[in-house]
Design a protein around this ligand. Structure first.
Ligand code: FES
Length: 108
């Protein structure tokens, strides 16, 4: 891992009670997805990118929520290898997966 990060991705792993109407990313296997993403990035030798868990990113209904900085790109991801590949493409080459972007409304 390089000292200087080019990109930093956060994946929400927040868990809520099953009765909560907003739902949560954890119920959509976000921890497993974050782990897969992290493993794939490491296997590919992308050493200037970091993947971390995050708490609730306030996009619960749309989640699994993933945000990539410094660009501030918000993705709706899922436990799907094709989507994970596209996120990796964003992290590796900066190619944005338009079809998986969240709305750009601000979180409140
Ligand atoms: S629980 Fe993931 S964004 Fe709120």
């Amino acid at each position: 891992m390089k000292d200087e990060l080019r990109m930093h991705a956060f994946v929400c792993v927040n868990e809520r009670d099953t009765n909560n109407q907003r739902g949560c990313c954890s119920s959509k296997n976000s921890l497993e997805v974050m782990t897969k993403l992290k493993r794939r990035v490491r296997e590919m030798g992308i050493d200037d990118v970091r993947i971390n868990k995050s708490g609730c990113l306030n996009r619960c209904e749309e989640g699994i929520a993933c945000v990539i900085y410094p660009q501030g790109i918000w993705y709706k991801i899922s436990d799907n290898d094709e989507i994970i590949d596209k996120i990796i493409l964003n992290l590796e080459k900066g190619i944005i997966a338009d079809e998986h972007l969240m709305d750009t409304k601000s979180s409140d």
